[in-house]
Structure formats: C-alpha cells, structure tokens
Design a protein around this ligand. Structure first.
Ligand SMILES: Nc1nc2c(ncn2[C@@H]2O[C@H](COP(=O)(O)OP(=O)(O)O)[C@@H](O)[C@H]2O)c(=O)[nH]1
Ligand SMILES: [Mg+2]
Length: 198
C-alpha cells in the first residue's frame, strides 16, 4: 500500500487578552498544549489571573490526501509581549483573529492587532467571533467595526466546544488551501513548512 503524503501547515491564533486564543488551541489539540503563562499585569488582574507570555503550541491532524497537520501557535494578547507577534508570524500560512464578540470594548484592540498582522504576512485570516451564543447581530457589528473585506469570514463560535473550535480552524484551512492553490508556482514562493512525501 502506498504511504500517505503528509503536509504540515503553520497557522497562528492571535487577538486581544482574554478572547479565547489558548482555549481554542487547547480544545482541539491532539497533543498536550505547550503553553507559557505568567501572572497578568495589574490592570488586567480583575479579568483573569494568568496570561500567555510567549506562545501556546498545539497540533491537529486533518484526514485527506495529503494528510494535513496544522501546527497552531497562539500569541500573547497583552501588548507588553507584542515582540512575540513578529517571531510567531514567521512562516505562517494564515491566522485566526480571535475576538470576544460579547465584549465590544476589546474590538478596537482586535482591529489594531489585525492591522499589525496584515503587515507581517499577506496571508488569509478568519475572524472568530467567540462567545457568540447564537447572537447574529454582534458578529455583524464586529464585521462593520473591523471594516472587513467581503472575502474575510467571521465565524460565530464558542471555542470551549470541540465542534465549534473545529469550525473555526476548518474555515481558516479552506482559505489557506485556496491561497496556496492560487499562488503562482515560483521557486521563491513560501511553501508549507515540512512539506514532505513519504
Ligand atoms: N463561556 C465561554 N468561556 C470561554 C470561551 N472561550 C474562552 N472562555 C474562557 O475565557 C477565559 C479566557 O480564555 P483564554 O483562552 O485564556 O484567553 P486568551 O487570553 O485569548 O488566551 C478562560 O477562562 C476560558 O475558559 C467560550 O467560548 N465560552
Ligand atoms: Mg492565552
């Protein structure tokens, strides 16, 4: 029987503090998530006690030919760690902008993070409208606030639930694969990391 082909794709999960980035990766990762957390700054302590310092790392496998392994890197949300955004975005093929759709006070910061990432990589992204709880109006308002181009998808979700978290990653994967397919074949074009046959 021929051996299956495997491809690893690097994706990033970014967004403001407390949006649900670490939760998304933890909910769907097949390996124990490597996370580096520390106490939050005083201003944020009211909301939660720990925050991601440098990154979260998790992995999920998507069956098919080739088998796709998504290597998921979660960024810190607090701006005092934003030097890590530049490091983590190297080689990414797409990203999730995670937003707490129930807390509009965080949306402007989400927009600023998206603007930062848009410069770091011209790759597809999807907006995860987390804690949506079936509310249709808030994801639409979020789309307007972020002034999203029509092709950027807003995925309403509650990433504590496995099916919902998978929806977000699959939406991103579809856009990432379309972008790879549409790319002109050029030796200098970035290729999926660790792309291998065998
Ligand atoms: N009810 C609910 N709680 C969530 C959801 N996503 C995240 N949380 C909770 O919100 C808090 C912050 O999430 P976390 O993933 O640490 O946020 P991060 O700062 O973006 O990494 C945690 O206590 C999560 O359990 C969700 O979809 N629904
Ligand atoms: Mg986190």
């Amino acid at each position: 029987m021929p051996r299956q082909r495997h491809t690893t794709l690097k994706v990033v999960v970014t967004g403001p503090f407390n949006a649900g980035k670490t939760t998304l990766i933890s909910t769907i990762s097949e390996i124990p998530v490597l996370t580096t957390e520390t106490s939050v700054s005083d201003a944020a302590r009211e909301r939660k006690k720990r925050t991601t310092v440098s990154m979260d790392f998790g992995r999920i496998t998507v069956a098919g030919d080739p088998v796709i392994e998504l290597a998921m890197f979660g960024t810190p949300g607090q701006a005092r760690f934003d030097f890590m955004w530049n490091v983590l975005s190297k080689g990414m093929l797409g990203y999730v902008l995670m937003v707490d759709v129930a807390d509009p006070s965080t949306w402007a910061e989400a927009g600023a993070i998206r603007d930062h990432f848009r410069v770091l990589g011209r790759v597809p992204y999807v907006v995860a409208a987390n804690r949506s709880d079936g509310d249709d109006a808030a994801p639409l308002a979020l789309r307007r606030t972020l002034d999203l181009p029509a092709h950027v998808r807003v995925v309403p979700c509650n990433v504590v639930e496995i099916a919902s978290a998978k929806d977000v990653m699959l939406a991103l994967l579809v856009d990432v694969l379309s972008a790879i397919e549409a790319r002109p074949a050029s030796p200098s074009a970035p290729t999926p990391v660790n792309a291998q046959v065998g």
